[in-house]
Design a protein around this ligand. Structure first.
Ligand code: PLP
Length: 319
């Protein structure tokens, strides 16, 4: 996990202007700060040494999801997904980033006053930062089921990437680490496996790749969708979306997390029990290797997933 504070001179996009991070500040009474009324995204960009380009992974899909999720809180974003991609590419160019990066779009209720009822005063920002691996330990993670349950759609929609909802993830991750694990696994209210604190979960059983369905209160991950497509089309694996029981985690062959930040992260123990033989599984390795190749533009069929920062043609006029 990145622990360093970002450079305050980093150029960010805030309220339709390119300004320094140090100047992109909010009022202490901001609605979102008190009531969690923000919607964020997370996008990765990979620097490919071969083409010397920075490739934003599925950026239009992330911005499309951002706009739709903003609709849950009735926040509007007055830009199209391709304009938002171009703003992000411009941020990378202005900061001269030539390394792997992480993009954090954030929209929120901005009125500075007391009172839960929201109004139409919305604010938007996009920040891009250099970013390495989320987990230092990329060899194999220790995961643990936590006592906190994943938020239910009838309480706070987990698919929304709503800032306030992440208290659920913060509590889960903290409990998992205090119990000697690297990452949490959430169960749903009815006891089925949902996902990690900020990532989706895949299990390998009898040669099939199994993952919880989007109606089990998971975030509808784009990494999850990409892996399902790569596994089916390229690795010829059968992919099954179905509810998973907790004890299946103890008897399965392989487990891994998947998400923009965590990428493909193998799990080698769960609740202090080895997963399979306790080593990274063969399918997990295959999926991880293919995902790395696809995100660097090395698999022609999936180049359309990548938005090139330096060799792309700008599609929007950026002031
Ligand atoms: C709770 C949660 N689940 C899953 C994911 C993975 O989603 P994606 O692959 O779209 O990043 C995230 C990503 O931030 C998340 O916050």
């Amino acid at each position: 996990m990145e622990t360093k504070s970002p450079n305050p001179n980093t150029i960010v996009w805030f309220q339709n202007r390119f300004i320094r991070l140090a100047e992109a500040n909010v009022n202490i009474l901001t609605h979102a700060l008190h009531y969690g009324t923000g919607v964020f995204e997370g996008v990765r960009g990979y620097y490919d040494d071969g083409s010397r380009d920075l490739l934003l992974f599925r950026a239009p899909d992330h911005f499309e999801r951002w706009k739709r999720n903003c609709g849950i809180l009735r926040i509007s974003i007055p830009h199209s997904p391709s304009e938002l991609c171009e703003i992000t590419a411009e941020l990378c160019r202005r900061n001269a980033f030539k390394s792997n990066i992480y993009v954090r779009p954030l929209a929120y209720k901005a009125s500075a006053r007391i009172g839960v009822a929201p109004d139409d005063n919305d604010a938007h920002a996009i920040v891009v930062l250099p970013f390495g691996h989320y987990f230092e330990k990329v060899k194999g993670l220790r995961a643990g089921v936590v006592s906190w349950r994943r938020i239910d759609d009838t309480m706070i929609p987990g698919r929304g990437k709503l800032t306030g909802a992440y208290v659920n993830s913060v509590l889960a991750g903290d409990e998992a680490r205090r119990n000697g694990h690297d990452e949490a696994i959430f169960l749903t209210q009815d006891g089925h496996v949902a996902e990690g604190a900020a990532c989706n979960l895949f299990m390998v059983r009898s040669g099939k790749l199994v993952t919880p369905p989007i109606t089990d209160n998971i975030l509808e991950g784009l990494t999850r969708a990409s892996i399902m497509e790569l596994a089916e089309k390229e690795l010829k694996l059968q992919v099954v979306e179905r509810s998973i029981d907790r004890s299946e985690l103890y008897v399965c062959d392989e487990l891994f997390f998947a998400g923009t930040a965590v990428e493909v992260a193998p799990i080698t123990s769960v609740d202090h029990r080895p997963v399979g033989d306790g080593q990274i599984g063969r399918v997990t390795e295959q999926v991880r290797a293919l995902f790395v190749e696809a995100t660097r533009g090395h698999v022609p069929a999936y180049r359309e997933w990548l938005w090139p920062v330096y060799q792309g043609t700008p599609v929007a006029n950026i002031a």
